[in-house]
Design a protein around this ligand. Sequence first.
Ligand SMILES: *Cc1c(COP(=O)(O)O)cnc(C)c1O
Length: 378
Amino acid sequence: MIRLSQPFIAQEEKEAIFKALEKNYLGMGEFVKSFEQDIAAYLGVEANNVVCVNTGTAALHLALQACGIKEGDEVLVPTVTYVGTFQAVSATGATPIPCDVEIDTCFIDLEDARKRLSSRTKAILPVHYAGSLCDFNQLRNFANSYNLRIIEDAAHAFGSVYLNGIKVGAIGDITCFSFDPIKNITSGQGGAIVSQDPAVISKVNNYRLLGVENESNVSYKDNRQFCFDVKEQGWRYHMSDIMAALGQAQLKKFETELKPKRMALAKYYRERLAIINGVQFLKADLEKEVLHIQPVRIEKKMREKLQLLLKKENIETGIHYRPNHFLTKYNRGFCLPVAETLYQELLSLPLHLHLTYENIDKIGEIFEAAFIDSSKLL
Ligand SMILES: *Cc1c(COP(=O)(O)O)cnc(C)c1O
């Protein structure tokens, strides 16, 4: 069986978790603090600019709350994303406004987003789809023109680097990562908020621990307060030391092992499949971007056929994603034609660190056979 995605865990991770367990303090403690410092050092931001939480969805929710996004507000979101992005917006009481995407990247289409602005629009939530990076200057110009906050969903993109050599998360307003089991690095479950805005950092530090003031600092010392104040709504969204220990072990080998392996597999997919007429890749900079998923575009009828052929060979595929404006909760009664076309054409192929070049060759052969077969039928 070739899985679509899979975590990649070795002995180092198991030993790191053991160390956290041996300390006999399993909540949010010094491991979380040191994981945050490691992430900050990796990204090239100040040590206290990173706040870890228990999921990527929680990271987005808290980032939005820290911007003051609330009921009555609207947030522009590309419709092609994980439903967690939409749920994070609606969790604040605000309304996510689905926007169309660009056909060759699946990024939010700013021309379409412009049409969906209203006096209630407070933020834009771009998704760095598949791990490729949206044009940050365009986003900033757009946000500046309409006085919007930018909350980046970089759940797919940990480790991706902009053309100028800066890592995603190191510039911008607020960036959110996910460390879900199948993401570029994992802490079991987990996420992080990165921001250079001290007001945002201070708020999310409290929000992740039920709004208890200064509780993050006390927790870092494996302690808790009994006399405290709460001024705002908070949540139980903190990360545990067990998760942090796992995440730290993954981060330690990310540059030397996890990232190069993932990047090499994505490159090999291009070499192997790009020559096949009928298979289109999305735009990506494979020298700088760490792909989390490997979507390709295939004409609708052919996609169905290929999905079946791959399934027969025990090869899992996926479709990222069913556009959120198709979901009952987020449907607003308008059509987003590019996203709807992509929904019929996108097919995500296996991409994870247990995948081999031979696996990709096998997928290539199945593709070739299917396309040759179908040209004979014409
Ligand atoms: C994984 C993911 C999230 C949410 O992350 P979790 O850690 O699973 O909550 C958000 N947005 C996108 C695009 C994702 O892929």
